[in-house]
Design a binder for this molecule. Structure first.
Ligand code: B1M
Length: 206
């Protein structure tokens, strides 16, 4: 019988082969895909998120855990779709116009996937109109920036989203960004790191 705690452990260790094998075995044993997702994969990523917030693990560990999660998800996704399992929510993310940094943005996207969100990643240097084009189909829009010079692009994007009547909640993050700045430009949420981004996102779509 597949032991889903072993699947969580494989994610925490970033052991992609073990994660893939246990996922396959669990599906062959007819374990519910939703249970594989929640009790195995997401449980493992949750633990990584808590350890990351507590500075017990660092970016490389999070990246290898996310890679193991991705590998297992490729096997699990068709079964989830067949079972009609809905994502926690749809999340659109991009690095704002003028900014090419994407390491933090990618980390946030990975943690959000790890928490069960469907993620649409627009990449870097994303103009406001591109966010607006996709925002109608999501519950949450996320923006990242690393440059002080591109912080105003967040405000511009929020204005464009509001002008277009987008109802999705908006959250922002990135090294120069603060809660005060988020409040000032009318974002609904701010997070200082990728694990906290998941907590904020869950509270915004709850
Ligand atoms: Co650039 N760079 N860079 N850079 N770069 C910084 C940001 C800088 C602080 C370096 C410095 O001068 N000390 C500085 C900015 C200064 C400022 O604005 N005040 C800087 C500069 C100036 C530049 C250039 C202008 C340099 C030049 O060409 N003269 C240029 C800009 C290009 C452009 O974007 N138009 C540039 C270019 C580059 C590289 C291409 C070489 C490379 C980027 C590679 C890539 O991303 N693919 C690069 C890098 C690597 C850095 C540093 C070294 C590292 C950034 C990083 O990835 N951090 C950085 C200096 C530093 O931080 N030590 C620097 C790790 C990452 C995990 O953290 O992105 O903060 P971070 O993400 C965190 C949180 O912020 C949060 O969660 C993440 C994980 O916990 N978070 C969110 C992020 N997004 C979030 C969104 C959320 C919630 C949380 O909700 C939606």
């Amino acid at each position: 019988m597949a032991d889903l705690s072993k699947l969580s452990e494989a994610i925490i260790k970033g052991d992609q082969n073990a994660a893939a094998e246990i996922t396959k075995a669990a599906l062959e044993e007819a374990v519910e895909p939703e249970s594989i997702l929640n009790d195995g994969l997401i449980a493992g990523m949750d633990t990584i998120g808590v350890r990351f917030k507590n500075n017990e693990v660092y970016i490389p560990e999070v990246l290898i855990a996310a890679r193991a999660m991705k590998m297992a998800m490729e096997i699990l996704e068709p079964a989830l779709a067949k079972a009609g399992v809905k994502p926690v929510g749809k999340f659109l993310i991009g690095t704002v116009q003028g900014d090419l940094h994407d390491i933090g943005k990618n980390l946030v996207a990975m943690m959000m996937k790890g928490a069960g969100f469907e993620v649409i990643d627009l990449g870097v240097d994303v103009p406001p109109e591109k966010f607006v084009e996709q925002a109608a189909q999501v519950q949450l829009v996320g923006m990242s920036t690393l440059l002080t010079t591109t912080m105003p692009a967040m405000q511009k994007t929020i204005e464009a989203l509001k002008d277009a009547g987008v109802s999705a909640k908006i959250m922002i993050g990135g090294a120069p960004v603060t809660q005060d700045y988020a409040d000032k430009i009318g974002a609904n949420g701010y997070a200082s790191d990728a694990a906290s981004a998941v907590d904020v996102a869950k509270s915004l779509v709850a």
